[in-house]
Design a protein around this ligand. Structure first.
Ligand SMILES: *[C@@H]1O[C@H](CO)[C@@H](O)[C@H](O)[C@H]1NC(C)=O
Ligand SMILES: *[C@@H]1O[C@H](CO)[C@@H](O)[C@H](O)[C@H]1NC(C)=O
Ligand SMILES: *[C@@H]1O[C@H](CO)[C@@H](O)[C@H](O)[C@H]1NC(C)=O
Ligand SMILES: *[C@@H]1O[C@H](CO)[C@@H](O)[C@H](O)[C@H]1NC(C)=O
Ligand SMILES: *[C@@H]1O[C@H](CO)[C@@H](O)[C@H](O)[C@H]1NC(C)=O
Ligand SMILES: *[C@@H]1O[C@H](CO)[C@@H](O)[C@H](O)[C@H]1NC(C)=O
Ligand SMILES: *[C@@H]1O[C@H](CO)[C@@H](O)[C@H](O)[C@H]1NC(C)=O
Ligand SMILES: *[C@@H]1O[C@H](CO)[C@@H](O)[C@H](O)[C@H]1NC(C)=O
Ligand SMILES: *[C@@H]1O[C@H](CO)[C@@H](O)[C@H](O)[C@H]1NC(C)=O
Ligand SMILES: *[C@@H]1O[C@H](CO)[C@@H](O)[C@H](O)[C@H]1NC(C)=O
Ligand SMILES: *[C@@H]1O[C@H](CO)[C@@H](O)[C@H](O)[C@H]1NC(C)=O
Ligand SMILES: *[C@@H]1O[C@H](CO)[C@@H](O)[C@H](O)[C@H]1NC(C)=O
Length: 418
């Protein structure tokens, strides 16, 4: 297999989704014909040891990443087509593909990182080059179509993780360009088409856009995420309210809106050893994802990321807000997290999320049930109120009683003097 040349294009798109992660174009060619082409952004989260602690480096796939001609190939009788992108000092990300004639899929994902690169892994106490591989990637599409997934998708690989976003790729290509026909990933399916104009500009020319009334408390929904073997691995019960600011098409200005999510959202997600994701979607208009991280040293977990993608008919552009460095809902492995009180989770300037009657367990789910809950401070404070009131009442009763007894003694004494 000769590989004449490999082309690396780039466009420095700053995605909201993962901070400033560049979209990279990678192509594997055999002679003049392209067999694999990928346009994607990727961010790798790599945990390593320094002399005193465990550190995590978040490494974006840089725009300088290039296809490694030595290991990439369009496939032979013995070897699968393989796209290997190399970057920096001895780091690489590889995707190999297989097909059964009607579908093609990523057969394995390889991540290689060089711990002696101190610019990426400051303080690392090791200098080895680590290679980790996973065969469960979950990227597949019909032959002769482009796989498309704009939503961030996390792939766990040997304790580390790779998050792709804004991804379009095709293997076993017929032409040199990505097929216009697309296989859209499940996470994107909810937001691909704009919802039918229910409250659109055309329907309400006279009433303009009524200022949104406060929607009250959202109803609580129950959501499950299942393992590949069908067992529940994440449990959640929560009422959700979005607080978003977006540019309204009908009013041609930024409006701030509170939206209660119906309690029948569709849940999906994934559970890995140290991270778990819950994705809630509402047909074609909303995809809200939560990422939880577990620190296996301290056995504490927390909500570390929230991404909202929304497409309402009145939005001038689809709304995306994401923050992957959050620190909410801290709890301990083996427990669920509970907060009955309303909680506001600020995500970005234009998006915050209010939760109501929340109980969630992203790790260590052994049965279909929540483990013992650790309650939020607000609930604990609220529980204190009846205790304080009770104590105050008891005190009052005691005072009245003492006053009565003293009074009785006095009046008794009074009778005696008469
Ligand atoms: C590639 O294309 C060039 C020009 O289009 C042509 O001259 C060359 O023969 C082609 N090579 C192969 C292997 O098809
Ligand atoms: C860190 O060091 C400990 C102890 O040597 C080892 O068990 C662990 O696998 C190391 N972690 C990483 C990410 O290399
Ligand atoms: C690196 O540090 C970890 C603790 O953070 C320690 O367990 C491990 O043995 C160290 N490895 C080397 C090669 O020094
Ligand atoms: C991953 O795929 C590549 C290319 O097909 C192959 O060389 C490698 O052996 C595979 N790794 C594993 C662990 O299957
Ligand atoms: C790993 O990084 C070090 C330091 O940047 C470099 O000297 C070495 O060549 C790299 N190893 C590989 C396999 O690229
Ligand atoms: C390819 O795999 C898919 C999913 O496993 C299956 O539905 C399809 O029938 C397979 N096609 C062929 C030609 O084997
Ligand atoms: C893909 O396209 C090629 C060329 O147009 C065609 O020969 C082949 O049958 C197509 N494969 C499928 C599964 O549609
Ligand atoms: C299902 O898979 C999980 C890990 O993926 C494992 O912990 C659990 O024991 C499995 N359950 C069954 C019934 O196989
Ligand atoms: C919604 O967010 C805005 C800031 O973006 C804030 O001023 C407002 O109080 C929030 N409303 C609710 C009900 O949380
Ligand atoms: C929207 O407002 C901007 C300035 O606020 C104005 O330049 C633009 O023409 C307006 N567009 C429409 C369609 O009214
Ligand atoms: C959930 O998915 C089902 C099947 O795809 C669909 O019929 C239903 O409308 C979805 N519900 C919501 C709230 O999106
Ligand atoms: C995990 O917890 C330990 C102990 O509390 C802490 O030292 C370490 O920094 C944490 N690791 C991460 C990745 O947050």
């Amino acid at each position: 297999m000769r590989l004449r040349h490999v082309v690396v294009g780039l466009f420095g798109a700053c995605l909201v989704v993962l901070g400033c992660v560049q979209a990279v174009t990678l192509e594997v060619k055999d002679g003049n014909s392209t067999c694999i082409k990928a346009e994607l952004s990727a961010s790798m989260s790599i945990t390593y040891n320094s002399s005193s602690s465990t550190e995590t480096a978040v490494v974006p796939l840089p725009d300088s990443a290039s296809v490694d001609a030595g290991s990439s190939s369009c496939g032979t009788d013995r070897n699968l087509p393989w796209l290997v992108a190399v970057f920096g000092s001895g780091h690489a990300l590889g995707l190999s593909f297989s097909t059964n004639g009607s579908l093609y899929s990523v057969a394995n994902l390889t991540l290689q990182y060089n711990l002696s690169d101190t610019s990426v892994f400051p303080g690392s106490n090791s200098s080895v080059v680590v290679t980790v591989v996973t065969a469960s990637v979950g990227i597949w599409a019909a032959v002769n179509t482009t796989y498309r997934c704009v939503s961030p998708t996390m792939v766990a690989v040997g304790g580390q993780s790779v998050t792709f976003s804004d991804m379009r790729l095709e293997a076993y290509m017929q032409g040199n360009e990505l097929s216009p026909a697309e296989s859209v990933c499940i996470a994107d399916q909810s937001i691909t088409t704009a919802p039918p104009a229910t409250t659109s500009t055309t329907s309400a020319p006279t009433t303009a856009h009524p200022s949104p009334t406060p929607p009250g408390t959202p109803e609580r929904g129950t959501y499950y995420v299942y393992n590949s073997n069908g067992t529940v691995c994440l449990l959640a019960q929560v009422g959700l309210q979005l607080n978003v600011s977006y540019l309204s098409q009908s009013q041609n200005k930024t409006v701030q809106e509170m939206i209660n999510l119906a309690p029948n959202l569709n849940a999906s997600g994934s559970c890995e050893a140290s991270s778990a994701t819950l994705v809630l979607t509402q047909a074609e208009s909303i995809a809200l994802s939560f990422t939880f991280s577990l620190n296996s040293t301290s056995n504490k977990y927390h909500l570390s990321g929230i991404t909202l993608r929304a497409n309402f008919s009145d939005m001038s552009a689809p709304f995306v807000a994401s923050n992957t460095s959050l620190s909410y809902l801290w709890s301990t492995l083996g427990h669920s997290y509970m907060c009955n009180a309303e909680q506001t989770l600020a995500v970005e300037r234009d998006f915050s999320l209010n939760t109501f009657k929340l109980q969630i367990q992203p790790f260590g789910v052994t049965t279909h049930q929540f483990a013992t809950a650790e309650e939020c401070q607000m609930d604990q404070d609220e529980m204190l109120i009846p205790i304080i009131v009770g104590a105050a009442l008891a005190g009052l009763v005691l005072i009245v009683l003492i006053a009565y007894l003293i009074g009785r003694k006095r009046s008794h004494a009074g009778y005696q003097t008469i």
